[in-house]
Design a protein around this ligand. Structure first.
Ligand SMILES: NC(=O)c1ccc[n+]([C@@H]2O[C@H](COP(=O)([O-])OP(=O)(O)OC[C@H]3O[C@@H](n4cnc5c(N)ncnc54)[C@H](O)[C@@H]3O)[C@@H](O)[C@H]2O)c1
Length: 281
């Protein structure tokens, strides 16, 4: 069901690779809610994924860019605002990648060149997007910028590796830039801390299937899906959340407030009667 929440709004969406991507789901929802936007992703991902199909579906274009390259971002902003006929009202940064994770390097055996790439792609690129947009005055007053984070920024989760450091920095950038952009242009900047989600990036994390099962058991509302995340992002792009800024917003079915749940405890209590487990609860 559509509420026309984004009617008349223009946007820029980074990170749609395929149908599973959080950015893909967000683009579909934003289109349904009346927004116009341009899509961007790396030239390689344009070959590997099918983002051009998404562009056709949403009646828009894809502008190739490596988000770690300032000159690429400047071109996206210039071409994007020109294509849309005005400044952006919302920007989605849905970008993450760790070469250490990809190459199976553990946290106590990091390759430091890879670490710098992880930080550049997954965190500093967010600063670059914001700085380029601000210098080019590309976002309208009361605009909204969202990036995707994960609870590993606050708590240690086995296997998340150097992405945890990148997410901590990403959330810090949202606060630091949120102050500047907020005071100057009333532009809000938030991160959403999303449940583990079976996407290309998510599936690359060590032991991901087990992690999904664990967080499902631990979350009273269950894991949040990519589609549900897209719904939440749309509300943050809408005028209904104009005073929400500099926040890291958990979208995880309650996981981040849990310590232990009955469903997770049951795994350790096989052989016990349910009433015994009830007592433990
Ligand atoms: N899937 C999960 O479990 C999960 C949970 C919490 C947060 N997140 C975050 O959500 C965001 C989106 O990931 P996803 O799960 O939709 O996976 P995804 O693999 O579909 O999206 C990741 C995107 O990052 C893009 N990207 C990589 N390097 C880039 C670069 N240099 N420039 C521009 N784009 C680049 C990829 O092309 C891809 O489109 C990421 O920030 C991820 O860390 C994911």
């Amino acid at each position: 069901m559509s509420y026309n929440l984004l009617k008349g709004k223009r946007g820029l969406i980074f990170g749609a690779l395929n149908e599973k991507s959080i950015a893909w789901k967000t683009a579909v929802k934003a289109y349904e809610e009346g927004a116009t936007f341009v899509l961007s992703n790396t030239p390689v991902s344009l070959r590997l994924g099918n983002v051009r199909d998404l562009a056709d579906q949403c009646n828009t274009v894809v502008i190739p860019a490596d988000a770690t390259k300032v000159e690429d971002l400047e071109a996206v902003v210039e071409q994007g605002t020109e294509h849309l006929g005005g400044k952006f009202d919302f920007v989605l940064h849905s970008i993450g990648m760790s070469p250490n994770v990809r190459k199976g390097r553990t946290y106590d055996d990091l390759d430091y060149n890879y670490l710098l790439q992880t930080i550049d792609i997954s965190a500093v690129s967010f600063h670059k997007v914001l700085q380029v947009c601000r210098k080019m005055d590309a976002i309208n007053d009361w605009g909204s910028v969202v990036a995707l984070s994960y609870v590993a920024a606050q708590r240690t989760l086995y296997g998340y590796n150097d992405m945890a450091d990148a997410k901590a920095m990403l959330e810090s950038i949202a606060r630091s830039f949120g102050y500047i952009y907020g005071r100057e242009k009333k532009i809000r900047i938030n991160t959403i801390s999303q449940s583990p989600t079976m996407t290309t990036a998510g599936g690359g994390i060590m032991g991901f299937e087990n992690l999904l099962d664990f967080t499902e058991r631990m979350s009273p509302l269950g894991n949040a899906t990519a589609e549900e995340c897209a719904d939440y992002i749309v509300t943050l792009f809408s005028d209904l959340t104009r005073k929400v800024t500099m926040q890291n917003l958990y979208h995880d079915g309650g996981y981040s407030s849990m310590g232990m749940s009955l469903k997770a405890m049951q795994i350790y209590n096989e052989g016990l009667e349910y009433r015994d487990v009830k007592q433990i609860e």
